[in-house]
Design a binder for this molecule. Sequence first.
Ligand SMILES: Cc1ncc(COP(=O)(O)O)c(C=O)c1O
Length: 361
Amino acid sequence: MKIRPSLTELEEYRPGELIEGAIKLSSNENPLGTSRRVIRAIVEEIESGKLKLSMYPWSGEEAELKNAIAAYLGVDADRIVIGAGIDGVLDTLVRIFIGEGDEGVIPVPTFSLYESLIKIAGGRPRYVNRDRGKNFSVSVDAVTGACNARTRMIFLASPNNPTGNSIPEDDVRAIATSVPEALVVIDEAYVEFAPHSSMVKLVQEQDGNIVVLRTFSKAFALAGLRVGYAVVPSWLTGIYKRVALPFSVNRVAISAAIAALSDLEHLRNTIELVREGREFLYRHLQPLFHVLPSDANFVLVDVSPAKSHAVYKALLRAGIVVRDCSSFRGAGDSFIRITVGTAEQNARVVNAMKHIYDVMM
Ligand SMILES: Cc1ncc(COP(=O)(O)O)c(C=O)c1O
């Protein structure tokens, strides 16, 4: 049997590892876990028969979720589209915009799914290097310079994974204005942890070629249920609904997301814990290694002259799983990414890293 030639070199998505008995700080998940109120709400809904698992999701539930998201963000509900995580939303967007030979511009290192989806669609990723000397910031000129008549999409994660830095709103405006034929995708998976606000208002105000992606996986602690959404310009909602798979967000996920939006206390506690933990990691690791300033729920650490894989293995022996970033295109072989954990987990990370520093450096 023949598969499409463009798929033969595709690499499998490598998620952060989960190792029995070790602390998992490799997938940027929520250190507090899912809110008890959310768990109680879905269990009660299922047990009472209000939430019937035997029935397909219906439009009323989706509308309720979109209304709740709209109220949380302060934008119109008819601008919101949903999917199975940001991953699901990205999949639909790429299927709308990328055909055979079309290009998508990706400043690297970044989240690897962008390039995979472009390749699956038969398109060509065009990589632009982020500026390593400036904490991996994105150059507007480099991005616009990489665009041509075949460019359909530009992918900007902000805060970016794995570097943790954000792109200024003015730079997004400049890129969107200079390449009006391309969709500028702002992936804000981690924006709740950032000191600045989201760019969702910009989408509504500009109503042109900018979309903002958001998720319930990180700050809302629902990664296992797969719920994400995008705020899109008005012209995009109709085609999005026609292309997206029907029922891609399941009933339990919709119900949990609605409950999570009514428990903003858990969100505030999460953000506070992450900001404190991030500061703690920065303060204690920076004297040993170069730690990049982060707006997200993880920190990127340059362990050079050691290799990231050696430090990854040493942390594993100490019972801590982090992300060896050598698998990220353009990241080199000296970065590890550590998810901010609970205070106790962060203290274990610092102790282990001090030991590694003493032994390896
Ligand atoms: C930048 C970025 N976007 C999107 C995702 C995936 O989000 P979701 O769980 O909503 O699919 C991740 C996951 O780590 C990420 O780092």
